[in-house]
Design a protein around this ligand. Structure first.
Ligand SMILES: [Zn+2]
Length: 181
């Protein structure tokens, strides 16, 4: 069997990437629907570092009390190419729920991330709580038990929020001079 990401024991999530996803989920929530975003990145040994947040083109529906997000096959294909071209790997999905965070039957049945060891994050309260791992329900796809929720201790040991600045902010500042000349 393809071991996928089962050997990953540290997931580094830049705050900028987390914020991009949470902002999108929050925005969807203001319209009363669930949103979904994806995290892609690179592996180095047993560490996976998220490098990019991808907001798929998605349809949202509020039907019979079930709030659904739908990402079409064509869009998934496009994202697959984007990730491949950037030499990244799709590692995690993150989506919002109106109230409590759990993996629904639909979430179990139609995940976008399908690699073992991959991660699915469910954010409660339409992401009104911001970036707060202790409130997020985080699941990992395991061979024996399917999507399995991480305990609080596991979340703490597996996840590290990193506070790096986006690369463009490290660019030289010479442009500040000629802009005003
Ligand atoms: Zn869900």
């Amino acid at each position: 069997m393809n071991p996928g990401f089962l050997d990953i024991d540290l997931i580094r999530l830049p705050r900028t990437c987390a914020r991009e996803a949470i902002n999108w989920l929050y925005k969807a929530g203001t319209r009363g629907v669930e949103g979904v975003a994806l995290f892609a990145g690179v592996r180095e040994g047993n560490t996976f570092t998220i490098k990019r947040t991808i907001i798929p083109e998605q349809q949202a529906a509020n039907m019979e009390g079930g709030l659904l997000y739908v990402v079409r096959g064509e869009e998934l294909h496009r994202i697959g190419l984007e990730i491949f071209d950037a030499k990244l790997q799709l590692f995690a999905q993150i989506h919002s729920h109106p109230t409590s965070a759990y993996h629904s039957e639909t979430d179990d049945a139609y995940p976008i991330v399908t690699v073992v060891g991959g991660v699915s994050i469910v954010v409660p309260d339409f992401a009104r709580g911001g970036i707060n791992l202790s409130k997020w329900a985080i699941f990992r796809l395991l061979p024996e038990t399917g999507w399995t929720e991480m305990t609080s201790a596991e979340k703490k040991s597996y996840f590290e929020i990193i506070e790096d600045l986006p690369e463009q902010k490290k660019a030289p500042r010479w442009y500040k001079f000629w802009l005003w000349l």
